[in-house]
Design a protein around this ligand. Structure first.
Ligand SMILES: *[C@@H]1O[C@H](CO)[C@@H](O)[C@H](O)[C@H]1NC(C)=O
Ligand SMILES: *[C@@H]1O[C@H](CO)[C@@H](O)[C@H](O)[C@H]1NC(C)=O
Ligand SMILES: *[C@@H]1O[C@H](CO)[C@@H](O)[C@H](O)[C@H]1NC(C)=O
Ligand SMILES: *[C@@H]1O[C@H](CO)[C@@H](O)[C@H](O)[C@H]1NC(C)=O
Ligand SMILES: *[C@@H]1O[C@H](CO)[C@@H](O)[C@H](O)[C@H]1NC(C)=O
Length: 424
C-alpha cells in the first residue's frame, strides 16, 4: 500500500517537474525560434521539430516559424494601399465609404483622377487611351506615396503654393476635411466642393500630404482606369502593398441607371427604348461594348491570378454588396488584411436600414434585393437584348443570367443573379 502510494506521489511530483521544465524549455525555444526565424525560414523545410508548449500539447516548430515570418512580413509591410477600381453607376460611392468611414488610420481619396481625365480631354480633344492610362498610373502611384505634385499639375486652376480651392469632391474624403487638414476659413473664396463636416479654407496640399504620411493605410476610389494591367507597375512597386478591389455590376442595370443619371448623353438609347430600331453598327452601342470588354478583360486578368497579382486582386459584385453589405465589407477587409472597424459596421447599418420596420436586417436585405433588380421594370426588352448581345461574355463571367423573354424580364420571382464565388 505504502509503496504504491509513494510511487504515485513520486510520479505526480515527476510529472509536475517535467511540466515545469517543459514550460521553461518551451519559453526558451520560443525565444530561440524567434531569433533564428529569419535564417531558418530560408532553409528548405526539413523534419519538423516538435516542441512542447505550456498546455502539454505540442506544436510543429515549422508552423511556428511560418507564423513568425508571416508576422515579420506583417511588421514590415503592414501598410496597405487599396484601389477600388470600378465604373460609374456601380455603387462605388457606397463601397468607397467602407474605406472612408474606417477611421483615423485610413487616408481615403475620392476620384482624384477626375482632374487628370478632364485636363487630358481638354488638351487633346478626345481621349488618347494610352496617354491617359499612363497618366492615371503615375498619378495613382504618387498619391499612394502621399505625393500630390503630379496631381497638382492637372488641377485647374493650377494650385498656387500648393493651395487649391478646386479639388474635386473634397468633401467626399473625410481625410481632406479632418481637423488637422482644415486651414482657417477664408471669407470670399469660393470653394465649390467645400467640407461639410466643418468650415475650412482652401486645401493646403502640403498639409494633406503630411496627414497622408501619418495614416497607416491609403485607399483611392476610381472609375477611370480602363485596364487593370496598366497598373502592374504599382503592384510591383516594393514601396506599395497594393490591394485591387474591382467592383462590377450587371451591365443592364448600369445602362438603366445611366439613362436616368446622364439623360442628356443617352438620348439615342431613350429613343430606342421607345421602340426605335437599334442600328447594328452604332457608336453608342460600340461604346457600350468597349466598356463591357474593358471590365471583363480586367477581371479576367485578376481572376487568372498572374504572379504579379497574387493575393492582390478581389472581384466584388455590386449586387452582393447591396444584399449583404456587412458580410461583403468583412470579406474585403479580410482580403486586405486589416480589421474592419465598428465604425464602418455602424455606418453600413445606418445607411442600409432605410426602413427599420419589423424584420430588421432581414427586411433590409429584402429591400436591397428589390432595389438591385429594379432596373427590370424600367429597361425595355429590346434594349436588354442589345446589352446581352454586346456584353454577353461579361454577363456570363460575372454570373448574370440572360433574359430570354419579356415575361422573364419582369418576373422578379426569377432572380438574374447567380450565386457565384470568385475569390479563393
Ligand atoms: C493553451 O492554453 C491557452 C490558455 O492557457 C489557450 O488559450 C490555448 O488555446 C491553449 N492552446 C492549445 C493548443 O490548447
Ligand atoms: C499559425 O498559422 C496557422 C496556419 O497558417 C494558423 O492556423 C494558426 O492559428 C497560427 N498560430 C498562431 C499562434 O498564430
Ligand atoms: C497617344 O499618346 C501616346 C503617348 O503619349 C502617343 O505615342 C500616341 O501617338 C498618341 N496617339 C494619338 C492617336 O494621339
Ligand atoms: C501649407 O502648409 C505648409 C506645411 O504646414 C506650410 O509650410 C505652408 O506655409 C502652408 N501654406 C500656406 C499658404 O499657408
Ligand atoms: C421594404 O420591404 C418591405 C417588404 O417587401 C416593404 O413593405 C417596405 O415598404 C420596403 N421598404 C422600402 C423603403 O422599400
Amino acid at each position: 500500500m505504502r509503496i504504491k502510494y509513494t510511487i504515485c506521489v513520486v510520479f505526480v511530483v515527476a510529472l509536475v517537474i517535467i511540466e515545469k521544465e517543459n514550460n521553461i524549455i518551451s519559453r526558451v525555444s520560443d525565444k530561440l525560434a524567434i531569433k533564428q526565424a529569419p535564417q531558418t525560414a530560408l532553409r528548405p523545410s526539413g523534419l519538423p521539430h516538435v516542441l512542447w508548449n505550456h498546455n502539454g500539447s505540442f506544436t510543429l516548430m515549422n508552423r511556428r516559424l511560418e507564423n513568425y515570418s508571416e508576422h515579420q512580413d506583417g511588421m514590415t509591410r503592414s501598410r496597405k494601399h487599396i484601389l477600388l477600381l470600378t465604373t460609374t453607376r456601380t455603387g462605388s460611392s457606397f463601397v468607397g465609404e467602407f474605406f472612408n468611414q474606417q477611421g483615423d488610420n485610413m487616408f481615403y481619396l475620392f476620384e482624384p483622377l477626375w482632374h487628370v481625365e478632364r485636363m487630358l480631354a481638354l488638351e487633346t480633344r478626345g481621349t488618347n487611351a494610352t496617354a491617359a492610362a499612363r497618366a492615371y498610373r503615375d498619378v495613382l502611384q504618387q498619391l499612394f506615396l502621399c505625393d500630390f505634385s503630379l496631381l497638382e499639375s492637372f488641377i485647374s486652376p493650377l494650385p498656387v503654393d500648393h493651395i487649391t480651392a478646386a479639388l474635386f469632391r473634397r468633401e467626399s474624403s473625410s481625410s481632406l476635411c479632418d481637423e488637422s487638414v482644415c486651414s482657417p476659413f477664408v471669407k470670399g473664396v469660393f470653394e465649390r466642393y467645400h467640407c461639410k463636416a466643418r468650415r475650412c479654407g482652401p486645401l493646403n496640399l502640403t498639409v494633406a500630404s503630411e496627414s497622408c504620411l501619418q495614416k497607416e493605410h491609403r485607399a483611392i476610389k476610381s472609375v477611370r482606369v480602363r485596364q487593370l494591367e496598366t497598373l502592374r507597375p504599382l503592384a510591383e512597386d516594393p514601396r506599395l502593398d497594393m490591394k485591387f478591389i474591382q467592383l462590377v455590376r450587371d451591365p443592364r442595370a448600369v445602362l438603366a441607371s445611366r439613362m436616368v443619371a446622364f439623360a442628356a448623353n443617352y438620348k439615342n438609347w431613350k429613343q430606342w427604348a421607345m421602340g426605335g430600331d437599334v442600328p447594328a453598327d452604332d457608336d453608342e452601342v460600340r461604346k457600350l461594348k468597349g466598356n463591357c470588354d474593358n471590365i471583363r478583360m480586367s477581371a479576367a486578368v485578376g481572376l487568372r491570378q498572374p504572379s504579379w497579382l497574387r493575393r492582390r486582386y478581389m472581384l466584388v459584385r455590386y449586387e452582393d454588396v447591396a444584399r449583404f453589405p456587412v458580410k461583403k465589407a468583412r470579406e474585403m477587409y479580410k482580403f486586405i488584411g486589416i480589421p474592419l472597424t465598428q465604425r464602418v459596421k455602424s455606418w453600413i447599418l445606418r445607411n442600409t436600414q432605410a426602413s427599420k420596420e419589423a424584420g430588421g436586417v432581414y427586411s433590409t436585405q429584402k429591400n436591397s434585393s428589390e432595389q438591385v433588380e429594379k432596373w427590370r421594370d424600367s429597361l425595355p426588352f429590346n434594349i436588354v437584348q442589345v446589352v446581352q448581345r454586346v456584353c454577353g461574355p461579361t454577363l456570363k463571367l460575372f454570373g448574370y443570367k440572360f433574359v430570354t423573354s419579356e415575361k422573364m424580364l419582369t418576373d422578379k420571382s426569377v432572380s438574374l443573379i447567380e450565386d457565384k464565388v470568385f475569390n479563393f
